[in-house]
Design a protein around this ligand. Structure first.
Ligand code: ADP
Ligand SMILES: CSC[C@H]1O[C@H](OP(=O)(O)O)[C@H](O)[C@@H]1O
Length: 399
């Protein structure tokens, strides 16, 4: 029989005392539930001095932001913990450390990153972290290379693919990214003023064929163990430091999905900045976002190629020149997936604070239209955007 029960704050304290690995567990006295994501409970556990020392995260048997009417697998906690543990092996500097995990309770105890801040909030507040984009590129290169066919023995790779089969969480992405925005659906969420813009998505057959091709790749390309939801709200930053959290959508999928999601969230911030800052600061912030995107991709691609040259184990994939060919396909995928992230965050169930917190309705609608237009263009002309400089030029063209 399942032992699962939803934790109270007191349960979380007792659990952290038992499994937090701290030298003086009895100093942990209080918990505060701080979850602001769409899905789970997150408790900060404080010591008697009021200092947050460790985190307890528990999956609920349903989608938190919707309620019990949308049941969801508890196995997502295992998938999150195991993805983060695997990623930590390959990129310990840039992955939160998991101390303990219990599949029955769907709970994990992890490193407290209260010294860091969620990147999305910092991007909205115009606080610049010059190393962050490069560090994100490093994280993606190391985690994706070391879980790919370049590096893993074919038997180990297939065993990992099976371990990380994640049908329910993938189904959420399959629906929210590739279906809902292109049809009438009760989950969609956009202002009435955008009705014509959204109807145009539904009526664009050329766009829908390109989206179908991206969904097909999401279904079928088991290239590496993705984070699966690497947006700026799943990334903590501090001076010189970046750490990924929240990997419950982890599965073996197309590498371009992680790259496209990351770039897409930088572009959503680009679209939203005029709603938060004056003209000059918004323009400067936008330039920084474009530099972030260039640094993210350049770091990722350079690091991936170095790893491929030094550590590829497969006799065919290690042939000189193949890794750079492969990265061309990854880039094409990334542009398309980036476009789907821009659209689903503007029209679908789950939005981003970069645009949603803009107070002025007219301005917010303008920023949403910008994201939709840019997203549509990227999906349709992905094969004509063959470099990061070409992407930056297209973003300027649609500004
Ligand atoms: N390791 C951590 N250290 C400090 N705060 C955390 C940590 N993990 C999560 N949080 C806080 O909890 C919030 C929600 O966590 P997240 O993993 O994004 O939840 P969800 O899975 O519901 O999206 C984060 O935005 C952050 O404020
Ligand atoms: C019904 S889940 C919607 C949305 O929420 C996830 O984001 P997060 O939990 O990090 O806020 C993910 O992006 C899903 O697509």
């Amino acid at each position: 029989m399942s032992q699962y029960r939803t934790f109270t704050a007191q349960d979380a304290v007792a659990y952290a005392q038992q499994f937090g690995g701290l030298e003086n567990p009895s100093s942990l006295v209080e918990a505060q539930e701080v979850g602001d994501g769409n899905l789970n409970l997150v408790f900060k556990i404080f010591d008697s001095e009021g200092v947050s020392r460790i985190i307890v995260k528990q999956a609920l048997p349903y989608v938190r932001c919707v309620g019990e009417s949308w049941p969801l697998t508890l196995d997502r906690a295992r998938l999150e913990a195991e993805t983060l543990v695997e990623h930590y092996q390959h990129s310990p500097q840039h992955t939160v450390k998991i101390h303990h995990f219990d599949p029955e309770l769907a709970v994990m105890v992890m490193e407290d990153l209260s010294s860091h801040k969620i990147w999305r909030g910092e991007l909205i507040g115009n606080v610049y972290y010059p190393q962050a984009a490069r560090q994100l590129g490093e994280y993606l290169a190391h985690t994706l290379f070391h879980t790919s066919d370049f590096y893993l023995h074919p038997h180990a790779k297939k065993a990992r693919v099976a371990q990380f089969i994640n049908p329910e969480m993938c189904e959420i992405t399959e629906d929210l990214f590739f279906n809902d925005p292109y049809q009438i659906h009760e989950r969609n969420n956009y202002p009435a003023a955008l009705e014509n813009d959204v109807a145009a998505l539904r009526n664009d057959d050329h766009l829908k064929i390109a989206v179908a091709s991206l969904k097909h790749r999401f279904f079928s390309q088991a290239e590496a163990l993705l984070h699966g939801d690497i947006h700026s709200g799943s990334i903590f930053v501090a001076d010189g430091s970046l750490k990924a959290i929240d990997a419950e959508f982890g599965y073996f999928g197309p590498i371009g999905f992680d790259i496209g999601t990351a770039i897409g969230n930088l572009l959503l911030n680009f679209c939203g900045l005029p709603g938060h800052l004056g003209i000059r600061d918004a323009a400067a912030g936008r330039e920084q976002r474009l530099i972030d995107i260039q640094q993210l991709w350049t770091t990722f691609a350079e690091r991936f190629q170095v790893l491929a040259a030094e550590k590829s184990r497969d006799a065919a994939l290690c042939v000189p020149g193949y890794a750079s060919e492969f990265l061309k396909k990854v880039w094409q995928d990334a542009i398309g997936f980036c476009g789907t992230e821009l659209i689903r965050r503007s029209v679908g169930l789950s939005h981003v604070a970069d645009i949603d917190t803009i107070q002025d309705d007219e301005m917010r609608h303008e920023c949403l239209r910008h994201a939709i237009t840019l997203g549509k263009a990227l999906i349709v002309i992905a094969d004509r955007i063959d470099s990061v400089d070409a992407l930056v030029a297209r973003v300027r063209q649609y500004s």
